[in-house]
Design a protein around this ligand. Structure first.
Ligand SMILES: [Zn+2]
Length: 160
């Protein structure tokens, strides 16, 4: 494993490459920067990855508090495979306690909340459901329905 100084240099390079303007302006919204860092750490711990493998950005599709605040999207990129997973916070839980995995909607194909994740096993259950138990849509989070990213006319777009 690289030393602290080397890992810090890698971390700052990632931020500059990923979102240079937001990184440079982080001191103007220090609490927001701290919330993003805390969110990345919490998700990294839950999934057993490095916090540096979690990139946090504004959610351009979802806003909260009557549209006043953008949500956040956390992208976990596996260093070995380059595979990326996207999550949004589960606002029904305390901050850092749970996330919603964004994946293809079976109705329209857009990336919408498909699974509630609080631990690595939740992701495992979504990726490899128990064939003996038909829970295909039993555990779809309530935020799946009515998510603003569904295409018009998608049967999953309606609130239930
Ligand atoms: Zn849909």
């Amino acid at each position: 494993m690289a030393g602290l100084a080397e890992r810090a240099a890698i971390a700052v390079r990632r931020h500059r490459d990923h979102d240079a303007a937001a990184f440079a302006a982080r001191h103007r919204d220090w609490p927001g920067w701290a919330r993003r860092a805390a969110a990345a750490r919490a998700l990294a711990i839950a999934l057993g990855v490095s916090a540096e493998d979690v990139a946090v950005a504004d959610d351009l599709d979802r806003r909260y508090a009557d549209g006043r605040y953008p949500g956040m999207v956390l992208t976990v990129t596996e260093p070995v495979t380059g595979c990326a997973w996207r999550f949004i916070p589960d606002l029904t839980l305390a901050p850092g306690a749970g996330w919603l995995l964004l994946d293809q909607c079976p109705g329209c194909g857009e990336a919408v909340p498909m699974a509630a994740i609080t631990a690595l096993a939740d992701l495992g259950e979504y990726l490899a459901p128990d064939p003996e138990v038909d829970t295909a849509f039993d555990n779809v989070p309530s935020d799946h329905f009515g998510d603003p990213v569904h295409r018009p006319g998608c049967s999953h777009a309606a609130l239930t």
